[in-house]
Design a protein around this ligand. Structure first.
Ligand SMILES: Nc1ncnc2c1ncn2[C@@H]1O[C@H](COP(=O)(O)OP(=O)(O)OP(=O)(O)O)[C@@H](O)[C@H]1O
Ligand SMILES: [Mg+2]
Length: 390
């Protein structure tokens, strides 16, 4: 029990973790392993089990089966206070009758830490978070952003091995949220901590995390570095969840040549960078930002009619109709097109994603770097020129 932790061990190891609430199976065989210092984002739609997983990590919920190890030591049966974990909640959960300084030092006082040590830890945490002038105030006298910092301050004075954050920024306005994202990430780096951060905002996950875990209905759909999930979503769920605006997913069929797919109900085809079985039904995934707008008369791959054009100033979003399908196109340039205009689009073959219409699973590239299952190689037969060398 008192052995020094193995520095090479993963800091957090969640192994075949299950959580039942009565008959309801909230977490199913969760496996997550992350090295020390990693910033992990847990993402997924409302009700998928993010908070349940976080609360089970913290010990606020009992695991039904499986194991949780922190720094190599199983904590599955330990009460929350013995897990060396600090949690920051969406609601901040500050004690209203205590001043900021008392809120921050509460856990240390419970531990009967020496007064000087408590003062030193509080001063340091307040300085780090820029809340030194607020120490004598009550929570009701603070703005949302300030309360959020106090909640973080209360977590960092304890110097835990692991920080858990449950949607800590969702009560803040958009500008402050972007600012606090950067602050939390910098704080994480400065403290050398391991953090698990729950959000349903995939942009937050993409910009803050080293490792993203995508949950749906208590199941891990995919996990890995942000850009790996963006570049190679394992299924249509992850494809639709990671990336904004969401990936366009259209039913199609492989053409007789095997290296292009025709969108159902249209004459539009997209070129593929690998060969597939002619006639096979597929789902084609096209990211809005990968679709290039061509001159209407140009000989592009996809032609349709514009339905709406929206500009945010920095980006233009065009929704176009391709046969019975709507497709979103995102571009950083200002456009003159209007609703009703014809449009022609092209996309690079290597940027076309293909999925199985029955299972929703990605049809893997023959050039995939992380081939894991035996059918990885069988789906796409290599074309003459693989786009990504091994
Ligand atoms: N104490 C409980 N008893 C019974 N069911 C529960 C309990 N807590 C959570 N659940 C159920 O478990 C599922 C996951 O809940 P959880 O709070 O983990 O979702 P979440 O991903 O955090 O959602 P949100 O994004 O809305 O916060 C939900 O269907 C929820 O109804
Ligand atoms: Mg939640």
């Amino acid at each position: 029990m008192n052995q020094p932790p193995n520095p090479r061990a993963h800091q957090i190891e969640i192994e075949r973790l299950n959580k039942h609430y009565g008959a309801f199976h909230a977490l199913r065989d969760i496996d997550v392993r992350v090295p020390r210092g990693t910033f992990v984002a847990l993402v997924g739609p409302s009700g998928c089990g993010k908070s349940t997983l976080l609360r089970t990590l913290a010990g606020l919920e009992q695991a039904s089966s499986g194991d949780i190890r922190i720094a190599g030591e199983s904590v599955t049966r330990l009460p929350p206070r013995k897990r060396d974990i600090a949690m920051v909640f969406q609601s901040y959960a500050l004690y209203p009758h205590m001043r900021v300084s008392e809120n921050m030092t509460y856990a240390l006082r419970l531990r009967r830490m020496a007064r000087e040590a408590i003062e030193a830890a509080t001063t340091m945490a307040a300085k780090t978070l820029g809340i030194s002038p607020l120490l004598e105030k009550y929570p009701r006298e603070l703005s949302g952003g300030q309360r959020q910092r106090v909640a973080m301050g209360r977590a960092i004075v304890r110097e835990p091995k692991v920080f858990l954050f449950d949607e800590p920024l969702s009560n803040l306005d958009a500008g402050l949220r972007v600012h606090m994202r950067g602050e939390i990430r910098r704080l994480h780096d400065r403290l050398g901590a391991t953090s698990v951060y729950v959000t349903h905002d995939q942009i937050e996950a993409m910009t803050m995390a080293d490792h993203i875990v995508v949950l749906r209905a208590g199941v891990v759909e995919q996990q890995g570095p942000p850009l790996e999930l963006y570049d190679r979503p394992a299924n249509t769920f992850v494809a639709g969840f990671i990336g904004s605006p969401a990936m366009n997913i259209l039913p199609a069929r492989i053409e007789p040549d095997g290296t292009s797919a025709r969108i159902d109900g249209t004459e539009n085809t997209v070129a593929l960078d690998r060969r597939f079985e002619p006639g096979r039904a597929v789902l084609v995934g096209l990211r809005p930002e990968h679709l290039c707008l061509l001159d209407a008369k140009a000989d592009g791959e996809l032609s349709g009619v514009i339905e709406t054009v929206e500009s945010t100033g920095s980006a233009t979003y065009i929704v176009a109709r391709l046969g019975a399908h709507s497709v979103c196109v995102a571009t950083a340039t200002r456009r003159r097109e209007r609703a009703g205009d014809a449009l022609t689009l092209s996309i690079l073959a290597k940027e076309v994603h293909l999925f199985d219409p029955q299972t929703g699973l990605r049809l893997k590239d023959a050039t995939a770097r992380t081939a894991k299952s035996p059918d990885d190689e069988s789906e796409g037969l290599p074309c003459e020129k693989p786009t990504r060398p091994q």
